[in-house]
Design a protein around this ligand. Structure first.
Ligand code: ARG
Ligand code: ZN
Length: 421
């Protein structure tokens, strides 16, 4: 009898949990604005406790901090904030309801697009709504077929769940040209990132306006480098951030932007698999990041690496693991200012510039730090796109094109600079 009981207990302990689908029902997003240094330090302490999903991080007084809190923790956090005399605004009162509304809005925009779409156009991409991973990949395939002298697809590997990861190479041929590597979507819920990256691809390839840049620079572009997470954010949980790997624990996913090997897990990352900033069991445990790293390493003359996130409107350079600056930081800062000047000139959107540690918070294991520190790519930038939290991850569809336009202006500045290198 005891044997049976023991066997049953062991079976229970070894049972692998099914895919986790956290309910966002009743979850809220609270916004606080630290007014004093004491309040700021309190929030930073709260962040390091790793109890909540900080959508934006506390860095300076006067700048808002958005904290996502699950339903059962809402009363505790609100009481805590009240007790220390910190006011808050409930930005999102019910996250499940909020995401349902955003989903309905995107669905309507998609329906409109498909209803009026020219049947002769051999892809399903546009920038009036957010698109699925298949539609994004279909657009890359279409470009390679339609512009064979300019565009080619390279399979860089497979994701944890078995999805093919494709990179678009845009090159007019020849050898030894300076290269620009661009990716988006490392964090699944940051939907504006793949949308903006595909917008940039469209400008480069299909506008017919940038032959001079194309003649001088080779582009390597992957719109969504966390494909499993992206699909999960479409099908199960709009606010999913991580990958979808599992190492036998209750929780799924690693933070792919804590998983790169340069100063891995030193600061601003968690060893708890349930954390949103879980660094993973080891550096490069995540196959998707291995694939991107290898694709980057395979290019010999990369001058710049741009990795797109949202939200906060920041153009950041290394380091993310220390407050120290790279010795050539002035070069990176200068190019960032030129890019942001061009970006702002389009629609007046304000961006901040600085090293990521000094702009948001220290977090080791990022792809930008690896690109500069180990990959030898001098101009590595992490760009946090629109907005500053009014819509957050649910940036409305009608902001995709304006975001694309202004961000393209910034990318164009970087590309023209790369051309001179
Ligand atoms: N919000 C981004 C993240 O949390 C910022 C990354 C900046 N770069 C860095 N190496 N910390 O991943
Ligand atoms: Zn991100």
């Amino acid at each position: 009898m005891w044997v049976v009981l023991l066997a049953a207990l062991l079976a229970l302990a070894n049972a692998r949990p099914g895919p986790q689908t956290p309910s966002r029902s009743g979850a809220q997003v609270l916004r606080v604005v630290p007014q004093t240094d004491a309040q700021l330090h309190y929030l930073q302490g709260l962040l390091s406790l790793d109890l909540y999903d900080f959508w934006t991080e506390p860095k300076m007084t006067g700048r808002s901090v958005d904290i996502m809190v699950s339903a059962w923790s809402v009363p505790v956090l609100k009481k805590t904030l009240n007790d220390i005399g910190m006011g808050f605004i409930t930005m999102i009162r019910d996250l499940a309801q909020h995401s349902a509304q955003a989903k309905a809005s995107n669905k309507a925009a998609r329906a409109k697009f498909f209803a009026t779409k020219d049947a002769n156009v051999k892809h399903d991409m546009d920038w009036t709504s957010y698109h699925t991973l298949d539609e994004i990949n279909g657009y890359l395939d279409y470009l390679a077929t339609t512009y064979p002298d300019l565009c080619s697809i390279e399979n860089i590997g497979t994701s944890y769940e078995g999805r093919t990861m494709n990179m678009l190479k845009i090159s007019t041929g020849g050898s030894g040209k300076p290269g620009l590597f661009i990716d988006g979507g490392i964090h699944a819920r940051e939907w504006i990132a793949p949308a903006t990256v595909t917008y940039a691809i469209n400008q480069l390839v299909e506008s017919g306006s940038y032959q001079d840049i194309l003649d001088a620079v080779d582009f390597y572009i992957i719109p969504s480098i966390n494909p499993d997470g992206y699909v999960y954010s479409w099908e199960h949980d709009r606010y999913w951030r991580k990958t979808r790997s599992n190492y036998g624990t209750l929780c799924y996913g690693c933070d792919p932007n804590r998983n790169w090997s340069f100063h891995w897990d030193e600061i601003g990352a968690s060893d708890n698999p349930c954390s949103e900033i879980y660094a993973g069991p080891s550096p490069f445990s995540e196959i998707e990041m291995v694939n991107v790293r290898d694709a980057m390493s395979a290019q010999s003359n990369l001058i710049s690496y741009l990795t797109f996130h949202s939200y906060s409107q920041l153009w950041m350079y290394p380091w993310g693991f220390t407050t120290d600056l790279p010795e050539d930081w002035q070069d990176l800062d200068n190019l960032a200012s030129d890019a942001v000047d061009a970006l702002t000139a389009v629609h007046g959107t304000h961006y901040e510039i600085g090293s990521s540690t000094n702009t948001i918070y220290a977090a080791a294991g990022g792809s930008d730090d690896w690109a500069k520190g180990e990959g030898g790519v001098k101009y590595a930038y992490t760009i946090e796109l629109r907005d500053t939290g009014n819509w957050g991850f649910d940036l409305p569809e009608n902001q995709i094109i304006p975001t694309g336009e202004e961000t393209w202006a910034g990318i164009e500045v970087v590309a023209r600079f790369v051309a001179t290198q």
